[in-house]
Design a protein around this ligand. Sequence first.
Ligand code: NAI
Length: 398
Amino acid sequence: MVIEPIIKGVVARSAHPYGCQALVQQHIQFVKNAEQIKNGPKRVLILGASSGFGLAARIALAFGGSEADTIGVSFERGPSEKGVGTAGWYNNVFFKQEAEKEGRIAVNIIGDAFAQETRDQVIEAIETYFEGEVDLIIYSLATGIRPNPNTGENWVSSIKPIGNSVTGATVLLDNDLWVETTVEAATDDEIESTIKVMGGSDWESWVDTLINSESIAQGCQTIAFSYIGSEANYPIYRDGTLGWAKVDLHQASHSLNLKLANFNGSAYATVCKALVTKASVYIPAFTPYIIALYQAMKEEGNHEGCIEQMQRLFSSKFNQAQPPVDAERLIRMDEWELKPSVQERVYEIMQNMNQENFKQLGDYQGYKQAFMQLNGFDIEGVDYQQDIDFETLTSLKP
Ligand code: NAI
């Protein structure tokens, strides 16, 4: 069979296995040639390892100088009668293949990170492969739903503004249509649920679980990823439900920092740059900002993707006993995004951008290409006409 891209709105319904393989390999090559990570962690657990920042962190730490062994947790689907499977599934498969070629341990645990069963599997894997202890825990889950451990009912996140509604545009990736939307303000329940899903409490509960199972090494650190943004997107992000959830995450970093101090370790929230990922394309009314940002940063020559962000984080900031932090103890990887020259240009583009000209003024082409590449499409050197055997795909194990 020939695998074609299938996109519905902002969701990809197919993925190209060998495109995913090519992208993983390209990113490995990138980190090998980049500034190397010195004295990095050797035994790393990544929650949310199959795409976006989690996958990039895994590649950086395994191949960018630290030579880390990794256990990755993700929620992905393999090939079945329903389809070819998700990009993250193949990222897991091919990351593991490449890591094992270089003698590194790479364990993939596919399951719901909120389930006790998954936690038990992780503890067992740490026992089996990491001599019982982990040096770094990366929390990079992005999801819209989390079961309440006390009631079993689900908290469902709502990406909404708080107080006032916000009007903006979302560009649908299947037909390149710019759609004006008004996002109504969140209710108190929606705010609360979003904080439960995307805030710091699950991160904290993971670290508590690993403390209780005595899986924390001396000097163990943990990081989770955050976003703040600029005035151009405060109404939908920082001042909305997601922003409030991120404040909760920042607070969790302080309490985890105290807990890990007992192991001479530490915890940080790391604020990253806005990037196209499976998760971020869901944020309503966010596309104009991100395509203006890509345009502005590419013009300035300081655009980065997830892989560049993660290699720079671990080689130049997180490699110090005291990583540089801001007044709120946040590690800032968004410093180039927030440069006044970049933000002035973003503002200028956004002022003039509309449904007629967004492809000319903003970097919509780069945005769409990044989205296609996340799913294994539009990658140079991949033969998209090749006949792919379903049996071969089912034999690929993550
Ligand atoms: P992503 O969608 O690319 O990756 C999410 C990961 O979480 C995947 O590996 C997925 O399999 C896993 N996952 C989701 N639900 C799960 C579950 N129930 N059990 C196990 N695994 C599960 O997302 P992205 O964008 O890399 O987000 C990661 C973090 O980075 C989030 O906290 C996000 O807010 C943050 N961030 C993202 C930015 C962006 O622009 N994309 C910017 C700054 C921070």
